[in-house]
Design a protein around this ligand. Structure first.
Ligand code: HEC
Ligand code: HEC
Ligand code: HEC
Length: 127
């Protein structure tokens, strides 16, 4: 191979490596995002603002009687529950656990709300 050809190959190889290094640094924990698809808002925005969105909607639903099918914990769980165990809280890498553990945030939401994907729960309890 010619020298310019080698340089090009090297450049391509290097540029392939960089995103992987970044990905490792931005996520110091393992997280199971569930089904995938499209979040109810931009994921980067959600990372910072999901708690405000949820608390605000709780007030709208409970105090003002204005439910919203999209910003509903059941909707979050339906999509973000693991495809392995249908839960957002069962394991240390479950969706609503992984970051919180890492950031040392405690939430009590799932003492009342179900952390299990409803479609799976219905199937299990239909017998
Ligand atoms: C139809 C599927 C779907 C629904 C419904 C959904 N999400 Fe998401 N959400 C995603 C996907 C896909 C991502 C991007 C995950 C990734 O690649 O990191 C995401 C990202 C996020 C993130 C940022 C995660 C990260 O790694 O930075 C948070 C927080 C979040 N969602 C919370 C919620 C909450 C709370 C709800 C309910 C109000 C919800 N999501 C509803 C699919 C969904
Ligand atoms: C990408 C990481 C990440 C994911 C995924 C995530 N959270 Fe969070 N969550 C955080 C961080 C970080 C905070 C603390 C933010 C702060 O203190 O400003 C937080 C705070 C919260 C709070 C407020 C707690 C308090 O007392 O201040 C609630 C409620 C919450 N998250 C609910 C959820 C639910 C429900 C899910 C799963 C659908 C979820 N989070 C998934 C990172 C995440
Ligand atoms: C003591 C029990 C309890 C706890 C703890 C609790 N909730 Fe709720 N929540 C309720 C009840 C009851 C309703 C009204 C019934 C409904 O609409 O599902 C509700 C409604 C909601 C709603 C609107 C409807 C829905 O299901 O999404 C949101 C959003 C919500 N809560 C978020 C939260 C978040 C976030 C936390 C944790 C910070 C939390 N709740 C903790 C009992 C609780």
């Amino acid at each position: 191979m010619s020298v310019p050809g080698l340089r090009l190959l090297l450049l391509v190889l290097i540029s392939l490596c960089i995103p992987n290094v970044w990905a490792d640094q931005s996520l110091p924990y393992k997280i199971d995002i569930g089904r995938g698809g499209h979040c109810v808002r931009d994921p980067v925005w959600m990372r910072k603002n999901h708690m405000n969105l949820l608390i605000h909607q709780r007030d709208l639903t409970v105090r003002e009687g204005k439910p919203n099918k999209e910003i509903d914990l059941r909707n979050c769980v339906e999509c973000h529950a693991s495809t392995k165990d249908d839960s957002v809280i069962a394991r240390s890498d479950s969706f609503c656990v992984a970051c919180h553990r890492y950031e040392a945030v405690k939430i009590d939401c799932f003492e009342c709300h179900s952390g299990i994907r409803k479609s799976a729960w219905l199937q299990r309890n239909a017998k």
